[in-house]
Design a protein around this ligand. Sequence first.
Ligand SMILES: [Zn+2]
Length: 255
Amino acid sequence: MEANKRRIKDLIMCPHCYSDLKWLEDSLQCPECNARFPIQNGAINFIDYSLEKTWDSEFQAEQMFNKTLTAKLYNAGKRLVNNEYKPRDHIREFMSGVRQDSIVVELGSGNRRLRSDVINVDIFPFPNVDLVADIKRTPFRDNTVEFAILDTVLEHVPEPHKVTRELHRILRPEGKVVCITPFVFPYHGYPKHYFNFSKDGLEFLFRDFSECKVEMNLGPIYFRNTLPLLYRVRVNSFIHFVKGLHFFLSSFSST
Ligand SMILES: [Zn+2]
């Protein structure tokens, strides 16, 4: 992803103090606040190591290789809420309208890369991640990103309003975001599952965007086992889809 690396250089700054970064051989340095961000396996790491230790690193290591039973079960569960089981594939529909070499970022990408020009951001250093960063405070400069993707990520963030605020900051005017979240879905952790979202909740979170379209989609049927009495309940799962145009007023007022 050499082309991505060149593009990333123009897009990022220090996520702590928003100053320009100095590029060294094996790291980036902020001359203002003295923060240092190492380049590891091709990814720039913006995560504070003390923070990283608070996560379940062992579980995440399993996810990277998908070998254990837990990882297989987890990934099977994940497929229930992502596009692979939906009647409509919103991510692919969204991407079909994105011309090649646009500035498109996937926040909470995990290990997948949707297309070679997508810049992957995740809090964990999966092999396909370009920027290891907190999606509540990314290193992207203001008004630089054209398209953003969040696929079943928001429910895992304890402060989702900070993510939508960050999206509003980094998106260009007329930039677009697609965000898929579960509405009715059981706890699925890893590392934590904080919220499920309603249409009203999503519209509130994206209230600063000039246009916000929420679609409700009937997801797959899943079975829930409850112990000690083992019984099975059929529950409909809903997926929400948000597509919002970036708030336009700031560009009008600055001219
Ligand atoms: Zn700094």
